[in-house]
Design a protein around this ligand. Structure first.
Ligand SMILES: N[C@@H](CCC(=O)N[C@@H](CSC=O)C(=O)NCC(=O)O)C(=O)O
Length: 283
């Protein structure tokens, strides 16, 4: 049977393979592209899968080209899946003012319920269900019984909500400078209002702070957060203290604050090895 995943590029990297695929997405109703790093170990055995979610304005390529994660993934024997951050293409709506924080490049990893977004902006279902199913149905050497998820900023929010809502799938969560309470920051309230409507009760299932307040701590998924203290978005958008205050003392939430680091991929590249090592201890 012909694969629904079309390989569009392949590069050798740290003795593994950096791959890029295109495919039709049914849930997003558009064509999509994603990246997948396979470490050298994948030649002989299925490897654990770590999903990376990028932030506002990104495609699948920002992480692949800027984070320097492949060196660590190769050493640890981890595959890294990097999806895009929103649906794209003809007919997919964007913000009327083409703002960077809504619409294209800003899917927020939620399932939109409001027009005109709902027809395409179903990024939660895409990341949690459709993309893993496509990978399972391919012949790629991935071990789906060992998965973790991490991300940056909007993607850190995505990793937190997806990991917290699916403890049976993801063994650990990592986040760089995440939006921890989208219902309490300008980026989040703008996006959730557009995608989910004015009623903030509908936002709770998409808000990491609300999820950690409500979660069953017997099934707590370990979390590592890295946050730069020179991050330009720290006080207005990210507000990590809201999550730290909401989590019970016993929750396995490990928070690392880093003096002098900003919001950029230079920060991510500086600590991606530590994040992957943390995720790997739970796989
Ligand atoms: N253009 C905006 C800021 C956009 C930005 O900083 N995007 C970050 C993620 S922010 C949260 O989700 C990012 O990862 N950018 C891509 C990159 O390669 O750096 C502005 O100017 O304020």
């Amino acid at each position: 049977m012909e694969s629904v995943l079309k390989l569009i590029s392949e590069q050798r990297c740290f003795d593994g393979r950096q791959l890029r695929f295109s495919h039709r997405s049914q849930v997003l109703d558009c064509d999509m592209v994603f990246s997948l790093y396979l470490p050298p170990q994948a030649v002989s055995t299925p490897v654990p899968l770590v999903t990376w979610l990028s932030g506002l304005t990104c495609t699948d390529e920002n992480f692949v080209t800027k984070a320097g994660a492949q060196r660590y993934a190769a050493a640890l024997g981890l595959a890294i899946l990097a999806p895009d951050t929103s649906p794209r293409g003809e007919g997919v709506p964007d913000d009327e003012a083409a703002a960077y924080d809504l619409g294209l490049g800003a899917g927020f990893y939620v399932n939109a319920s409001e027009a005109p977004w709902a027809a395409h902006y179903q990024m939660y279902d895409y990341v949690v269900a459709e993309l893993p199913t496509l990978l399972r149905n391919s012949d790629l050497p991935l071990d789906f019984s060992r998965q973790a998820i991490f991300g940056h900023s909007m993607g850190g929010h995505g990793a937190l909500i997806i990991g917290l809502r699916n403890p049976q799938t993801y063994a650990a969560i990592g986040a760089f400078a995440p939006i921890v309470a989208p219902g309490q920051c300008p980026w989040g309230t703008k996006a959730l209002t557009a995608y989910l409507g004015e009623d903030s009760a509908a936002w709770r299932q998409w808000d990491a702070r609300e999820l950690i307040l409500a979660c069953n701590h017997q099934a707590a998924v370990p979390i590592r957060i890295d946050q730069g203290l020179a991050d330009q978005f720290l006080d207005a958008q990210l507000k990590p203290q809201l999550l730290l205050d909401a989590a019970p003392e016993a929750y396995p939430l490990h928070y690392f604050a880093h003096e002098g680091y900003d919001h950029s991929y230079f920060f991510i590249a500086s600590f991606v090895g530590e994040q992957l090592a943390f995720l790997n201890t739970h796989l």
